[in-house]
Write a protein that binds this ligand. Sequence first.
Ligand code: PMP
Length: 367
Amino acid sequence: MTDIDTLIANTIREDVRAGHIYNVPDASGYIKLDAMENPYELPEHLRQELAARLAEAVLNRYPVASYATLKQKIRASLGVPNGYDVILGNGSDEIISIIATATARQNLDGKTRRAVLMAPSPAFVMFQRSAQFAGMDYVGVPLKADFSLDRAAMLAAIEQHKPAVVFLAYPNNPTGNLYDEADMIAIIEALGDSGIAVVDEAYQPFARTSFMDRLPQYPNLMVMRTLSKLGLAGIRLGYLAAAPALLEQFDKVRAPYNVNVLTQVAAEFALDHIDVLNEQAAQLNQARGELAAALAELPGVTVFPSSANFITFRVADADRTCAKLFAERVLIKNLSKMHELLANCIRVTVSTPEENSVFLNALKASL
Ligand code: PMP
């Protein structure tokens, strides 16, 4: 007789057994402001056109493995410099995992140091999770209290830990701010040929500033983007731009058909209509300004500057406020327990004027 607990103890890694599944709350019946999604769908005529394209998609064959057409459209719409290439992932989540897998040098001979993945802290949680699952050491270097990069601390940590990879989310999640460019450049330069800097530009459509055109200047720079925040979170497509010789190494650990045919068709269609998505992003930026101003008016609320499609703010008692918002069927993210810099902080996704106003009213009642 196989005992399932013994089987798990004998087979599954200790850190995995001790860990937890990435928590995604069930949002049915809620106003969903916890995951930085674009609340707008494609206009109806485009949805019809996309449906017709999807109906023609060849589903009995594997995707065309080169993804040449899609990559070409991405290079064009992202402004990837000539001579630079992209690889694709099932969301940028998968790209983070690919980067960790390819750089996770193990200590198999008892002499080689395990590779280090570094990021400012707090950062997007998948940096740490991917590092852990790949068997890397993770080093988080605290941001300053205003969420700016602590350049001296980052440079000292680079010197000490010699990270293989440093992730810099620009703008950062969960804080929403853009780091100072000169700080980022100092980090990229300090890494030189001993470490790769990944600038994660998931929220670039709302910040409109990018490191993409710096690729030719820094061979150790890679720029990551996603279609998720721009309105296509459901299709799961992320991409990584870098020098072809470097990308080739990451392509080796990528599963061959990681982007499915339906995603391929939908992404090509979306990139052909990128102006529609960019217009929605502009609308959300306008709403972000209004929401931030309204939040700043509330007694006891501190609003942090955001260049993304979400706003992080501090209240007197985040647990109490979140519980009350939850009771009003508004789903937001309580950041309190994530990091000491985020004590009593809450993150809300910017949405339609209607949803923002439901959120604001519920918040006012909850303070
Ligand atoms: N990077 C950052 C900074 C994020 O906040 C997120 C999503 N929350 C991602 C990457 C992952 O995006 P996706 O996998 O949807 O492309």
